[in-house]
Structures are given as structure tokens and as C-alpha cells.
Design a protein around this ligand. Sequence first.
Ligand code: SF4
Length: 84
Amino acid sequence: MTTKSAEPAKPGIEWGPTIAAACDGCRTCIDFCHNDVFGWADDTAFVAHKTDCVASCSHCATLREAGAISFPTTEDLRRARRGG
Ligand code: SF4
């Protein structure tokens, strides 16, 4: 089942996951995310639909080694709201 949201999480703030070099290609994020945010190519996960990520979800980041999946920090979001 695929559920997609048409709207970005918050206009002006680029919310969504980033996959780091620490990713070992376990596919956990792909199996977990019901919004199909992640894609798979060449034995590697990638962020395919960043704007479909649910604002403040970040559950996928807790499934793997620290640092494999990260999200904007509170300070990043504050900076974006201030315009840079
Ligand atoms: S934070 Fe939630 S909605 Fe966003 S990619 Fe991770 S599991 Fe999917």
C-alpha cells in the first residue's frame, strides 16, 4: 500500500531524511517507511521522495546505527524560518 502526501511537510523548510555513508544497505528504511520516501538502486538506498516524509516523524532514523539516517536539527529548522 502506498500513501502519498501532495504537500511538502512545511513550506520553506526542507524536512526529510539524509542517508549518510554509514548506510550499509540493509533496506530497513525501505521496508519501514509507508510513504515510500526511500528508493533502491545499485545495492544502495537513496531518498527518492523527500517531500513525502511526514513532518517530525523521523522514526526510520531510530532503526539503524546512529548517523546512517539523519534529519534537520531544531537549529536547522529555526535557521530556515529566519530565512538563512
Ligand atoms: S521519517 Fe517517517 S515518513 Fe519520513 S522517511 Fe522516515 S519513516 Fe518515512
